[in-house]
Ligand binder design. Structure first.
Ligand code: SF4
Ligand code: SF4
Length: 132
């Protein structure tokens, strides 16, 4: 198994520092890979990243919600969306995303769609090269 970062990720970077095996990688270019990605072959399922995420974006793979019910106002960030988000990351650096949409209260979103991109990032995408 592995842990999965979903489209609720707004790149605040907090999870990266706590991972004991350094398997969380920032997606680049951000327009194509808007989240952080967890290398499924390296993740040891320790769960340390989960409480670090201010947006509750990280789940064990088999617990990624098929029907995530929005509180309202939170963002999802997926390729193809055209909204705008500006925030501050864990280090006080600015984060800008133009692949977002804000959710309505009670809106239900299938986050299991976000599982495959985590695998694609390391198999067919930039993978660890994104660190360069
Ligand atoms: S579950 Fe543990 S090993 Fe896996 S990404 Fe999170 S912190 Fe890293
Ligand atoms: S802590 Fe959450 S929002 Fe921040 S980079 Fe990690 S998954 Fe994304």
């Amino acid at each position: 198994m592995t842990y999965i970062i979903t489209s609720l990720c707004l790149r605040d970077s907090g999870c990266i520092e706590v991972c004991p095996v350094e398997c969380i990688v920032p997606g680049k270019p951000v327009e194509e890979w808007p989240w952080m990605y967890i290398d499924p072959d390296t993740c040891i399922d320790c769960g340390a990243c989960v409480p670090e995420c201010p947006f509750e974006a990280i789940f064990p793979e088999d617990e990624v919600p098929e029907a995530y019910e929005a509180k309202g106002g939170e963002y999802i960030s997926r390729v193809g969306l055209t909204g705008h988000y500006e925030g501050i990351d864990h280090h006080g650096n600015q984060v800008v995303l133009d692949t977002v949409r804000q959710l309505e209260p009670g809106e239900v979103v299938d986050l299991t769609e976000d599982i495959q991109p985590n695998y694609d990032f390391f198999e067919n995408g930039p993978g660890y090269d994104a660190l360069d």
